[in-house]
Design a protein around this ligand. Structure first.
Ligand SMILES: C[S@@+](CC[C@H](N)C(=O)[O-])C[C@H]1O[C@@H](n2cnc3c(N)ncnc32)[C@H](O)[C@@H]1O
Length: 224
């Protein structure tokens, strides 16, 4: 079924201007730095194969992930950066499936509640300023029983590796990347139940599947 077109209402104040500007700039050389085999395309393809039904992809970047998406489901892909969206357009046009690009802040999504069957993130939670708020938004737009698929790099639980990632973050934060996020805890706090965690590289790069529990009861709390 083709996706209903959404009209984004313009980016809200909540979107950090500094961070947005940063990603606008990074769009120019993103493919040069990130378009390599280190992207672990085979693992992404395997994860994205689990996409079902109406799907929200957060965040599309320059569209390097599009080649790994299945052609069947109706997918809306968002990014906060207009430059990223523009760069992804060519790849989206070459995509055989139903893919719509929308500029939107993941911390304040322009979609009604419970409007997606699947939500996908790909190196997203290391890049947003407030993962707790973003997870609350993903929880809101996902239907009860819907799946959240995540391909993310996170802080290692190993004390030494964790400390190394903390140090690295002091340098990478300036260009918008946090290497030491506790993404599993943030997802759980937002009301997701983690179903599966697959290690792609040590316990640093993970492919995960989580469930929006159908009768979660109390509203999930927001946290940063
Ligand atoms: C590391 S890139 C990942 C892009 C793509 N998924 C990939 O793997 O190539 C992070 C992306 O998150 C986007 N981003 C950062 N903050 C965002 C937000 N609040 N809402 C939506 N997208 C955001 C950036 O513009 C950038 O395109």
């Amino acid at each position: 079924m083709a996706a209903e077109p959404f009209s984004p209402p313009g980016l809200p104040q909540r979107c950090e201007i500094r961070l947005k500007t940063l990603w606008e700039r990074r769009a120019n050389f993103y493919d040069l730095c990130e378009g390599s085999d280190l992207r672990r395309g085979a693992h992404k393809k395997a994860l994205f194969r689990r996409i079902q039904g109406r799907t929200l992809f957060v965040a599309i970047g320059t569209g390097l992930d599009i080649q790994h998406l299945p052609a069947g489901p109706a997918i809306i892909a968002i990014d906060v950066s207009s430059a990223m969206i523009e760069r992804s357009r060519k790849r989206a046009q070459r995509f055989a499936g139903d893919l719509q690009l929308v500029q939107s802040d993941a911390a304040s999504l322009c979609f009604p509640g419970e409007s997606f069957d699947t939500v996908v993130t790909s190196c997203t939670m290391c890049s947003v300023p407030c993962p707790g708020i973003v997870f609350s938004e993903l929880h809101r737009v996902l239907r009860p029983g819907g799946r959240l698929l995540m391909f993310e790099h996170v802080r290692s639980s190993n004390a030494v590796l964790g400390a190394v990632l903390d140090l690295m973050t002091m340098a990478t934060r300036r260009r918008g990347t946090e290497m030491n996020r506790d993404t599993i805890t943030a997802a759980t706090k937002a009301g997701f139940r983690i179903l599966q965690v697959e290690s792609i590289f040590l316990d640093i790069i993970l492919a995960m599947e989580a469930l929006k529990v159908p009768d979660a009861g109390a509203r999930p709390t927001r946290s940063n």
